[in-house]
Design a protein. Sequence first.
Length: 429
Amino acid sequence: MAATTVYKEPAPLLDRENPLESMMSRFNVATEILGLDEETYEVLKAPDKQVIVHIPVTMDNGKVRVFEGYRVIHNTILGPSKGGIRYDKNVHLDEVKALAAWMTWKCAVVDLPYGGAKGGIICEPATMSAGEIERLTRGYTLAMKDVFGPDRDIPAPDMGTGPREMAWLMDEFSKTVGATSPAVVTGKPLVMGGSLGRTEATGRGVMVATLAALKKLGLDPTQVSAAVQGFGNVGTWAAKLLSEQGVRIKCISDISGAYWNEAGINIDEAVAYKNAHKGRLDGFTGAVLMENADDLLTTNVDVLVPAAVEDVITEHNAHEIKAKLIVEGANGPTSASADPIINEKGIMVVPDILANSGGVTVSYFEWVQNRQGFKWTEEMVTERADRIMTDAFEKVYATSQKYNVPMRIAAYVVAIDKVAQTYKFRGGF
Ligand code: NAD
């Protein structure tokens, strides 16, 4: 057998704001507003557990390669931890820690009985065969067999993973425990216990949150325009469902560029084009290609939906934003340094932990259905998810009014308060 090579950890996150620091700066403001005691602050600041594993995988060329993988459990006071698994060459432990904490706050803000976790493996799935990815996923599952579990820690897909990987994970975990265990993971294919309504859930939540926010701003959806950055799962569904509500989607973008149509883009056409062109918009003729894709963020629209990647709204472009409302479909699209500028301009922001929580809500429904052994109809899923999103929005909005703080801080206040109160009742440190 050929020599084993350890897959190298990437360099520190020098070129962008550290996501853990971004999260902590918001966390600190919220804990001050709540007057959180020092002990609880210390408990919530650090993750409960970080597991680092090295997974040997026989590659198709016969050589063994060792991949580094993580699972960070931030907190489990509200219930088993929940969070996705990311396969990407830029996976970094600090980022996984931030995303795990985000999951704690996201679940708490929408009142799900879950804690927060996140996982990741440093790898380049695009350069790997299906067999290599399967062996990697099974190796990771085996290494995490004492971490995962329907009552302990429930993974889900994230960047670079999907139903296929979740199916392998479920199968491998089931073999180790000697019983079919669908509730150990969500985001599974429909035939093996996935939930109806999961695919569109995050985008649908973005739409519901946008409508609730427009109402507060006194704006009629049929009279407003929007730009949506990212045309993947979240972006396509958010754009499609918003356009069905009468919102004029003037601008969409993906990795190939940004596309503009003053009269409004036909989203069904754009989705069909994307599906016929390897998931990308290159060459889409229903809109004009913008010279600079980043101009989407500062273009003249009422609503901006960043639904692609982290840290796209920064101190460098926040001054230029013209939208009255930002609804964060992506996780962490606004860096902490941009917050004061956006607040100063009076832009309403529906923050990520609230705006994109429709996904984890329907993941929770999947877990509930698996445990019930009973499949819900799509109407049941949609109706319950919409109600959870609307209730959470109203609670965060009322908190922002009560403390006179932006919605982002209010969302953290709602989430941290719930977790802190639970600690008070459970005690035990
Ligand atoms: P995806 O991989 O399906 O789509 C990402 C899209 O963003 C693609 O169209 C890609 O071309 C585009 N993109 C990448 N870099 C870009 C850039 N620099 N500028 C413009 N477009 C760019 O991913 P997704 O599942 O839609 O997730 C998008 C974001 O939403 C991520 O931050 C993710 O963490 C977050 N999120 C997703 C879910 C979910 O259920 N899928 C739930 C909560 C949060």
